[in-house]
Write a protein that binds this ligand. Sequence first.
Ligand SMILES: [Cu+2]
Length: 471
Amino acid sequence: MITRRKFLTSAGALAGSAAVLQRLGSAQGVKTREPNKPRETTAAANRNKPLIERVDPKPTLPPGEAGKDYTPVITPNNISLPWKVIDGVKVYHLVAEEVDHEFAPGMRAKCWGFNGHVHGPTIEAVEGDRVRIYVTNNLPEATSVHWHGILLPNGMDGVGGLTQKNIQPGETFRYEFTLRQHGTHMYHSHSDEMTQMALGTMGLFVIHPRRPKEQRPDRDFAFMLSEWRLDTGTSRPNPNEMTDFNVFTFNAKIFPATEPMVAKLGDRVRIRIASVAVMEHHPIHLHGYQFRITETDGGQIPESAQQVETTVLVAVGQSRTFEFVADQPGDWPMHCHMTHHVMTQMGDKFPNTIGVQPGKLDEKIRASLLPGYMTMGTNGMGEMAEMHMKVPRNSLPMVGAPGPFDVIDMSGLLTLLKVREGITSYEDPGWYQHPQGTVATIAAADDLRRDRIEVPAAPSAPQNPTHHHRG
Ligand SMILES: [Cu+2]
């Protein structure tokens, strides 16, 4: 029999041990977010301290060191912004400027970015670091930089006109704050955002936990998603576009210009995906794996609440981080599952010709109107990847890159995870060599007979069959 008194006593003991566990947890490792309580470093939690200490707490730990305190993040096709430590503060310098950016060989545009990069380099720091970030404006109009998702004094939030004066062309502003959190965050201009962000002025801001409770990843990759309107023959993305984007990028690159993620068999892999522009949400799907969503913008999710997924939706303004053990070798695509987001430029505004039987149409048009005319897409768009058509200046055919078997008829928001056994470096190892018998191939007649597979007759002769399979 549990008496009321007994019950209360044991409940009290339980509550006590929970508090002890919580203290242990916070001493040993990362605290998960508790947004409904004031943080120990915030103004409301320190009402008895002087105002400046409450609003802008000074660091209590030395600057975090790579290797000792964290495993550096890898930003494929980009770099981490260099910094120096001056009097215990990590000092960074961003220069907002026009950048002649290559999305993929054959497609360049004058974008806006930072320090010669589109997007800007990744700012990397550690929870508890004090950071001082100088921003020089070399754009032709005023700007400001907002630290998206970062907890800081209101006047450091970087909203032009609201929390600070705009940074005029030629001016350099100083931002300084102590990092009170960890996670995948971003920075972006917050002055004329529509124009500046559509041209690329944004970057990742990765804050490592000081003492991770979880096992550290062997490979930690970070990506920023974006979409652009870049019309063929033009040299600048069009920032006035609201809905109809035609270039989709991982770290401002289009497949096959996206650097692959390379991992050794058995590596613990973390992938961070963030988006802060422009107008689209992207469900990012990884082939061959299930992963745990381990972090949101708010930092680590308690293990009991982590979801196991194969696709993660990253909305504009969000970051999502997932982890898995790379236990299956191969070349695995990671791509947006919006099918038009793995195409480029010429994929839209194309008349639907699927199933059209052009008959003598092509001949007639060639004779009387257009000598080079050819009806396309009647059996699908895959053929477009193989045609090596002449394309207008500064454009890419909408799909296609050479693959190990056939042309890969995807582009845009696609990159590869390359998992290999026995590699000694993380250089691109080339295409995966499959163990014998593990590749789908044309079915042998013996197999069909043994398994009693009856192949139905092909539909009555298509007019211009394409040879999507070369083998
Ligand atoms: Cu997408």
